[in-house]
Ligand binder design. Structure first.
Ligand code: HEC
Ligand code: HEC
Length: 250
């Protein structure tokens, strides 16, 4: 009896100590990270409606948006393989090898800016790039609009998505619809549930990994809502690495 009592008290003490540290750790982690929301975020100048999401989805998967009729957004941002193509650099129009790696479109809506160099402020601006890039879809805005207008179903979808406009089938609206669809590509994970207060969402090993991630300085750059993508930083926290590490050119 006595021994048993002792064991349960010890267990209780440990459990309480564990709970206290778990909460402390969460408070600490909440200062550094932010959970992904489970609902679609609002977009600047682009109200998200079910019609617009459906239109954007059709456009995202449609290879007719490329000059060759071969490449869609999904060719390089394959949603079945994590939102990218899993190649060092992408292959586009005429099977040309592009100069850069395709980042994932999953959770891209939370990036401070788009592209590796941040040259597009948001997803709508971004979506106009690949359509026109010679190594990607090699098309022109005029040709995209003409192609879309030639298909009555698309005209109907644009009218339903932009009901107040006289001429809704435009390159700007093409980009806005894709942006609305991409805003739905969000993937809250166990880590986000843990940040939101669910202790059981992560295993002990995973929590230990997160502590290491913070301790080792990874979280200096990988912080905020998407574990990164919230800023642009020079390589080398302490000093700029030499040519042995920095790539030539890009
Ligand atoms: C031929 C391959 C290819 C196609 C097709 C393509 N992309 Fe990309 N995408 C890339 C590459 C490569 C980058 C990075 C380029 C850069 O940073 O200069 C990129 C960047 C992006 C980004 C920025 C993500 C980030 O984290 O910065 C988004 C969003 C995106 N593409 C969406 C699209 C959409 C929408 C389409 C269709 C309209 C599309 N892409 C078509 C290869 C492609
Ligand atoms: C000085 C800022 C900085 C620090 C510190 C840093 N990273 Fe990164 N990390 C980046 C940048 C920028 C990229 C994207 C560029 C690239 O992939 O070459 C990246 C890419 C990554 C990726 C690939 C992500 C993807 O989507 O492909 C992983 C994983 C990663 N970092 C983990 C870590 C870990 C683990 C640590 C700590 C040991 C760490 N990083 C420290 C800036 C940093």
């Amino acid at each position: 009896m006595k021994t048993r009592h002792l064991i349960s008290t010890t267990a209780l003490t440990f459990a309480l100590a564990g709970a206290a540290t778990a909460n402390e750790l969460r408070d600490y982690a909440e200062d550094i990270f932010e959970p992904l929301p489970s609902t679609i975020p609002a977009l600047a100048d682009n109200p998200v409606t079910p019609e617009k999401i459906d239109l954007g989805k059709a456009l995202f998967f449609d290879p007719r948006m490329s000059a060759s009729g071969v490449f869609s957004c999904n060719s390089c941002h394959n949603l079945a393989t994590g939102g990218d193509d899993n190649m060092p650099t992408s292959i586009g129009h005429g099977w040309q090898k592009g100069p850069r790696n395709s980042p994932t479109v999953l959770n891209a809506v939370f990036n401070t800016a788009q592209f590796w160099d941040g040259r597009a402020p948001d997803l709508a601006e971004q979506a106009k790039g690949p359509v026109q890039a010679g190594v990607e879809m090699a098309n022109t805005p005029e040709n995209v609009v003409a192609t879309l207008k030639s298909m009555p179903q698309y005209v109907e979808w644009f009218e339903a998505s932009f009901p107040d406009q006289d001429d809704p089938v435009s390159f700007d609206n093409f980009a806005k619809a894709i942006e609305a669809y991409e805003a739905t590509l969000i993937t809250p994970a166990p880590f986000d549930a843990w940040l939101n207060g669910d202790d059981d969402a992560l295993t002990e090993e995973q929590v230990a990994g997160m502590e290491l991630f913070i301790d080792k300085g990874c979280a200096t750059c990988h912080s905020g809502v998407n574990l990164g993508g919230n800023g642009y930083y020079p390589f080398g926290l302490i000093e700029k690495p030499g040519a042995d590490i920095l790539p030539e050119g890009d």
